[in-house]
Design a protein around this ligand. Structure first.
Ligand code: GLY
Ligand code: MN
Ligand code: MN
Length: 437
């Protein structure tokens, strides 16, 4: 894996050439009082270094004569390590993480300027830590003062997302292997959830067993707060309380998946807990499934990114018109966004180290990015008819029988050279697979 981190840095160096890029590790986050959350590394920092500690800074300086990759890390400290865990320390970081030079983080001010002085720009993302931002800006300001006379030095500060995120958007084989592993564990958990679901169970019982599996199979845990939403709870997009007792005839919407070595899956399934739909549930489920399959078919290399979303919106809106839930022409309803009370989110997002992964969706204001092999995208249309759904004034009242039904179906799709691969295809979603005859 070290070879791959080196390759990633190499590629970044080829892009920034005369600039210096600085990446900061994630901070420890406070849960309450003096108790902290489990550490989760900042994704850009991890992508380039594989180094999994807080209080660290990575410097990439391709133009520097001696050190192109420098780490500042927490020094070894036996007493602190007794409390908060093992630290790699300065000496081992050099050997194990391939840095040309490693300093204790306490010596940042002393050593950082030499890596900035010869650069013509600094790539750094202003972060939440204002003290660190200020430190960096102070160093930059000192160097700027010399630029007029000496003619060299960084004259611009640029957010590194412009150079790094296009790189992260295309997944390597080893990244795909980790996503596949996260997917594999998540699939097992969704199967288990199907077996467990029945009236009388609490939503949290299913959440607990799924998350148990995530960890039991070696994952970090849930990729995002698990949503186990029965009945009308499925109409709340980010329902995470998971406290309701499942009732007869409920649909159960489960949006839950595993994170494995920080790479994520993201899967939603909706099914009738007793294996039988009510007529309204079935009609809406079939409509969402049709929209999802039509959208997945649009995930092809070269196709503009927005086409799969537009396809889903078209199928759903046409379906709602056919059912009398919307009135008007499909074209106008879409143009005036009158379908939005039923379908208010987009149909997908990039997936990777972040669940809503980095990378632009548009090339410019008017042009969407075409899909490219190696990208992973979620495809997740839904319909949500909340108990209090409110449509535009010129639309009919939604009859009672449709209310309280929420459905989403979400798969993770890899763009391949000649089409796509649905990584999560093994989680059942066809009518035949989720109903009992
Ligand atoms: N589970 C978060 C999402 O689907 O985007
Ligand atoms: Mn999801
Ligand atoms: Mn998603």
């Amino acid at each position: 894996m070290q070879a791959e981190y080196r390759q990633r840095r190499q590629k970044l160096m080829e892009t920034i050439r005369t600039g210096t890029a600085i990446f900061r590790s994630a901070p420890m986050a406070v849960m309450h009082g003096d108790v902290e959350y489990n550490f989760r590394q900042e994704s850009d920092f991890f992508y380039l270094t594989g180094f999994n500690e807080p209080n660290a800074v990575a410097v990439i300086a391709p133009h520097h004569e001696e050190h192109q990759f420098v780490l500042f890390v927490q020094p070894k400290d036996p007493l602190m390590e007794t409390w908060t865990g093992y630290r790699v320390g300065v000496d081992l970081a050099k050997a194990e993480y391939g840095a040309d030079e490693v300093y204790p983080i306490t010596e940042l001010d002393e050593h950082l300027p030499q890596y900035l002085a010869g650069a013509d720009r600094i790539y750094y993302r202003l972060g939440r830590d204002r003290t660190f931002n200020q430190t960096l800006l102070d160093h930059w300001q000192c160097l700027l003062a010399k630029v007029p006379k000496e003619g060299i030095g960084p004259i611009a500060l640029e957010d590194p997302i412009t150079v790094l995120h296009p790189q992260r958007l295309i997944k390597s084989e080893s990244e795909l292997a980790l996503i596949r592993k996260a997917v594999e564990i998540s699939i097992e958990a969704h199967h288990l959830a199907r077996e467990m679901a029945q009236p009388g169970r609490y939503e949290y019982e299913i959440q607990a067993e799924m998350e148990r599996l995530f960890r039991l199979r070696g994952g970090v845990g849930p990729a995002y707060p698990s949503i186990v939403a029965s009945g009308f709870n499925a109409c709340i997009l980010h329902y995470t309380e998971n406290t309701r007792q499942i009732q007869d005839q409920d649909l159960l919407l489960i949006d839950a998946a595993c994170s494995y070595e920080y790479y994520n899956a993201d899967i939603t399934r909706t099914f009738p807990v007793q294996g039988r739909f009510t007529p309204e549930q079935q009609i809406l489920y079939e409509l969402v499934l049709t929209a999802q399959e039509a959208a997945i078919a649009q995930v092809q290399p070269g196709k503009p990114y927005n086409v799969f979303h537009d396809t889903a919106v078209k199928v759903l809106t046409q379906g709602l018109v056919d059912l009398g839930l919307l009135q008007g022409t499909v074209e106008t309803l879409i143009e005036e966004e009158k379908y939005k009370p039923f379908y208010m989110h987009r149909t997908g997002h990039w997936l990777g180290l972040d669940v809503h992964d980095v990378g632009v969706y548009k090339q410019n204001k008017d042009t969407w990015q075409p899909f490219q092999p190696g990208q992973v995208v979620t495809v997740e249309p839904g319909l949500y008819i909340g108990l209090d759904i409110q449509l535009a004034e010129d639309q009919p009242e939604v009859p009672e029988k449709w209310r309280g039904i929420g459905i989403r179906i979400e798969d993770d799709v890899l763009v391949t050279a000649d089409g796509h691969e649905v990584l999560t295809a093994a989680v059942p979603k066809s009518m035949a697979a989720i109903t009992t005859p």
